[in-house]
Design a protein around this ligand. Structure first.
Ligand SMILES: Cc1ncc(COP(=O)(O)O)c(C=O)c1O
Ligand SMILES: N[C@@H](CCOP(=O)(O)O)C(=O)O
Length: 398
C-alpha cells in the first residue's frame, strides 16, 4: 500500500503515482516488518538480505550487489572530537553512491510495472546510478542535468552507461520540474526520490547501521541533505526496525546543508514545517546544490520527531572536512558527503553534541566522483627526472 504522508490517502502498489491526488503531498510505501531479526543471519551482505522488508519481488531483482557497505570505526577523529564515531561508507556501492540502494528497488519496480523508459533529473549521482541500472535492465534512460554543474566522474558514468543525457540550462530544481512533467504525462517512469519505491532501497542504510551496531541504535545519525530523500529513508528504516522490536531506541536524525542551499536548516532554525525554497542555490558541493527539496516534509518530520538537528556548513568547512577525513582516517569522499563530517565538527564545537555520544556519519559518495575539486585542493606533484640522485635530493632533504 502507498500512503500520503500528509492526508493519509491510500493507493495501490501497482499505481504509478508520485504525489497524492487529493492533497499533492509526498507518498510513502507502507511496510510492516513481521519476521524475527534472525531471518537475516548468514545471508550475503547486500541489501537484499532484508528482502522480507522490501516491497518488491526479490526473485525479479535488478541488482548490482549493492548495500552491505563498510562501517568504519574512526577512533582518531573520535578522539579529537571527544565522541564515539562510526562512518558508513556509501561510496563503496557499485556506482559509488547510496543512490544504488534506491535504484535496485526502483528499477525492480519499473520491471514489475512493465515500463520501457526511465528518467531522472540529477546533480550527478542519481543519473550515474540510473544509467547503470537501466543498462542492466535493458531499458531506455533519459537524464536531465544542470548545465556545467555536474562533477566530471558522474557525467562520465551517465554518458558511458548509455543514458540519453540532456544538459539543461537551469538548476536542478528546474530540471526536476521538467522531468516530473514528462513523468506525469506518462512518457517515462520517474526514478528520482519522489518515487516512494526509491526510498525503500535507501532505508536499508538505517537497517544496516543498527545491525552493524549489534542491534543497537546510535545516539545520532548525521548526513548531508539535498533533495531530502535519504534522511527520510534512513529514518523510515530505523523506525521500522524499532516498531519490530529489533532496537530499543531511535537515533537523533541530524541533517547538514551547505550555507548556500539550506532551506531545511532555515526551516529548522525557524521551528516550522513550512519550508521556503532557496531561489538560486549555490555550493561547491554540487550534489546538494538544491533549493526546493521534494521530501522536505518527511525530512523535517524525521528531524523533529527524533529530537534531531539541522545545521549549515560553509564550502570552506566542507573542503576542510573532506581533507580531514581522507588524511586522518583514509576515507575518500566527495564534497557533499564531507558535509556530514563538517557538520559533526561544528555541532561538537557549538556544544550541541554531548561528549561521549555515539555518532554515525553517513558519507554518501566516493572521492573520485569529483576529481577536479580533489586535485584543486592539493599541491601539484613534484616534477623530477628518473634519476635516483635527484629524487633522493628532494625526498630525503625534506
Ligand atoms: C553524494 C550525495 N550526498 C548527499 C546527497 C543528498 O541526498 P538527498 O537528496 O537524499 O538529501 C546527494 C544527492 O542528493 C548526493 O549525491
Ligand atoms: N543529489 C541528487 C539529487 C537528486 O536526488 P534524488 O535522490 O531525488 O534522485 C543526485 O545525485 O542527482
Amino acid at each position: 500500500m502507498i500512503r500520503c504522508v500528509s492526508c493519509g490517502e491510500e493507493y495501490e502498489d501497482e499505481e504509478v503515482i508520485y504525489n497524492c491526488k487529493k492533497c499533492g503531498s509526498v507518498l510513502e510505501v507502507e511496510v510492516e516488518v513481521d519476521v524475527p531479526k534472525t531471518t537475516f543471519d548468514g545471508r550475503r551482505d547486500n541489501l537484499w538480505k532484508y528482502k522480507e522488508c522490501l516491497p518488491v519481488d526479490a526473485s525479479k531483482r535488478v541488482s548490482l550487489d549493492e548495500g552491505g557497505t563498510p562501517f568504519c570505526k574512526c577512533d582518531k577523529l573520535a578522539k579529537e572530537l571527544g565522541i564515539d564515531l562510526y562512518v558508513k561508507v556509501e561510496g563503496s556501492n557499485p556506482t559509488g553512491s547510496f543512490k544504488d540502494r534506491g535504484m535496485t528497488i526502483g528499477m525492480t519496480k519499473a520491471m514489475m510495472l512493465g515500463v520501457d523508459t526511465v528518467g531522472c533529473a540529477s546533480t550527478g549521482n542519481t543519473s550515474a546510478s540510473l544509467a547503470a541500472y537501466a543498462a542492466r535492465a535493458g531499458l531506455r534512460c533519459a537524464v536531465f542535468l544542470p548545465a556545467g554543474k555536474v562533477a566530471l566522474g558522474k557525467l562520465a558514468q551517465a554518458m558511458f552507461h548509455g543514458a540519453e543525457v540532456f544538459s539543461i540550462n537551469g538548476n536542478f530544481d528546474e530540471a526536476l520540474e521538467a522531468m516530473t512533467q514528462l513523468a506525469r504525462e506518462k512518457h517515462l517512469y520517474l526514478l528520482n526520490s519522489i518515487n516512494p519505491f526509491r526510498l525503500e532501497g535507501q532505508k536499508t542504510i538505517g537497517y544496516e547501521i543498527v545491525h552493524d551496531l549489534g542491534w543497537e541504535a546510535p545516539d545520532r545519525i548525521i548526513l548531508p541533505v539535498g533533495n531530502a530523500g535519504n534522511i527520510s529513508a534512513i529514518w523510515k528504516g530505523v523506525s521500522e526496525f524499532h516498531r519490530a522490536g529489533f532496537i530499543d531506541d531511535l537515533p537523533m536524525m541530524t541533517g547538514i546543508q551547505a550555507e548556500g542551499a539550506c532551506p531545511i536548516a532555515n526551516a529548522f532554525r525557524d521551528k516550522t514545517m513550512d519550508m521556503a525554497p532557496v531561489e538560486n542555490p549555490e555550493t561547491i558541493a554540487t550534489a546538494i546544490r538544491i533549493g526546493a527539496p521534494v521530501s522536505y516534509i518527511k525530512a523535517l518530520r524525521a528531524i523533529y520527531d527524533s529530537n534531531g538537528l539541522a545545521e549549515t556548513v560553509s564550502d570552506e568547512e566542507i573542503l576542510d572536512a573532506q581533507k580531514l577525513l581522507a588524511r586522518t582516517e583514509g576515507i575518500g569522499v566527495e564534497p557533499a558527503s564531507a558535509a556530514s563530517i563538517a557538520g559533526l565538527k561544528k555541532l561538537v564545537e557549538q556544544g550541541d553534541i554531548d561528549k561521549g555520544e555515539r555518532v554515525v556519519c553517513v558519507v554518501t559518495g566516493h572521492l573520485l566522483k569529483d576529481p577536479n575539486t580533489a586535485i584543486d585542493a592539493c599541491v601539484d606533484p613534484v616534477q623530477v627526472d628518473a634519476d635516483i640522485d635527484k629524487i633522493k635530493e628532494i625526498l630525503l632533504n625534506k
